[in-house]
Write a protein that binds this ligand. Structure first.
Ligand SMILES: *Cc1c(COP(=O)(O)O)cnc(C)c1O
Length: 405
């Protein structure tokens, strides 16, 4: 069922259906088939496909002003910076177009900060299995197995430690260290949740050693785990935070937020043609205004609990799940056998979109306004797919799924 479209570099195996329309939790292909989308463009559509708030903000802004130039003031950029700083406790914002760009910028900022405040320290400690994007620098910063062999030589200056291991972090911080860069929960690695006190302890260590804590909240932020930033749930204020994915409610935007002290760029140190353009910023303002309304995060938490309870039941009943990991509306299911890709394909054919981050790990990231009945439907489909996976494993046969619609 996979196809390689002509004229496109072959970097993904695309399933054949051509997607033409989306609304809330549902995606439709050109034949009108509906897919219940529990990936949402990799946690990009925080409010689902084509949310009216974001669509209206985009169309209003598109008729006013698209791009004046990053060197001129525009209202949505200033409004977005104010909202983000007020809701996070950080002081300064910079906008770019993607998560990887935001992490690139944060790393550059940390190195400059090390030059100014830590005697030229430039090393950034990152974590094994971590994912920070695919630019040349972030390929080196990420700890994805095999990535160091794609296009060497790799950018030096990144030191990797096991995720969740405080002792290793303690040992790694030295006089060349300017910052620690990590995800509060490793997303692409398969939703790896560290020990409960890890984030707070890393904050304590970095403060004690006088190095910056940079949190990549590109996947965990923007309400995904029931708070604007996941670190807020731990009472941790980092020096620098990067955002992307859900921030634009479906349109490309990345952000770097920093404390006054960490925001050490001088005139001309950094920038980008499209960064902070009013169109993307207007979408992000609409997204933030929606998710910061009273009660919004409580509902995310409640829906997350409902999903988690269903997944726990599935774990107990199915016998094929080894581990359940996650928070809020970000969940990973580790299977006992490496059948995640088969299960994801089975689900897709049955009209449910989930993804396999590893051969043995499935991930679910529904939109934040997912309904209770959509969660019930997903659990039902997943149960069927997992029982097929059990059969597949035992007998080596594939069972064709029934479609949702
Ligand atoms: C997706 C992701 C990135 C990269 O974002 P892009 O917009 O794809 O460049 C970086 N860090 C984390 C944690 C992510 O999930």
């Amino acid at each position: 069922m996979n196809t390689a479209p002509p004229y496109l570099m072959h970097l993904n195996d695309h399933p054949a259906p051509l997607m033409v329309r989306g609304a809330g939790s549902w995606l439709y292909d050109e034949t009108g088939r509906a897919y219940l989308d529990f990936i949402q463009g990799w946690a990009v559509n925080a409010l689902g496909h084509c949310p009216p708030e974001v669509v209206n903000a985009l169309s209003a802004q598109a008729q006013q002003l698209l791009t004046p130039s990053p060197a001129l003031r525009n209202q949505p950029r200033e409004e977005l910076a104010r909202l983000l700083c007020e809701h996070t406790g950080l002081d300064k914002a910079y906008f770019c177009n993607s998560g990887a760009e935001a992490n690139d910028c944060a790393t550059k900022l940390a190195r400059k900060w090390g030059r100014l405040h830590r005697d030229g320290a430039y090393e950034v400690i990152t974590t094994l299995g971590g994912f920070h994007g695919r630019t040349l620098a972030m390929t080196a910063a990420s700890g994805k197995p095999g990535w160091d062999a794609i296009a060497p030589p790799n950018l030096p200056g990144f030191v990797k430690v096991p995720f969740g291991d405080l002792a290793a972090m303690y040992d790694a911080i030295g006089e060349r260290t300017c910052a620690v860069l990590l995800e509060p929960i490793q997303g692409e690695a398969g939703v790896i949740v560290p020990p409960r006190d890890y984030l707070r302890e890393v904050r304590r260590l970095t403060r004690q050693h006088g190095v910056l804590l940079v949190l990549d909240e590109i996947q965990t932020g923007c309400g995904r785990t029931g708070s604007l930033l996941h670190s807020q749930l731990h009472g941790v204020l980092p020096d620098v935070v990067t955002l992307g994915k859900g921030l634009g409610g479906g349109v490309p935007i990345g952000a770097v937020l920093a404390t006054e002290h960490a925001a050490c760029f001088a005139l001309g140190d950094h920038g980008g043609t499209f960064g902070g353009n009013p169109l993307a910023c207007a979408a992000a303002v609409a997204l933030l205004s929606t998710i910061t309304q009273p009660g919004f995060f409580e509902t995310v938490m409640a829906r997350g609990e409902l999903l988690a309870a269903g997944l726990r039941k599935l774990e107990a009943d199915s016998g094929v799940i080894a581990e359940l990991r996650g928070a809020g509306l970000l969940w990973g299911l580790k299977l006992k056998q490496p059948l995640a890709r088969q299960v994801a394909t089975h689900c897709f054919e049955a009209g449910l979109i989930i993804n396999a981050t590893r051969d043995d790990t499935l991930r679910l990231m529904p939109q934040l306004r997912v309904t209770e009945s959509e969660i019930e439907l997903v659990l039902k489909r997943l149960k069927e797919a997992l029982s097929c996976a059990g059969l597949l494993a035992r007998r080596g046969i594939a069972v064709r799924p029934a479609r949702l619609h």
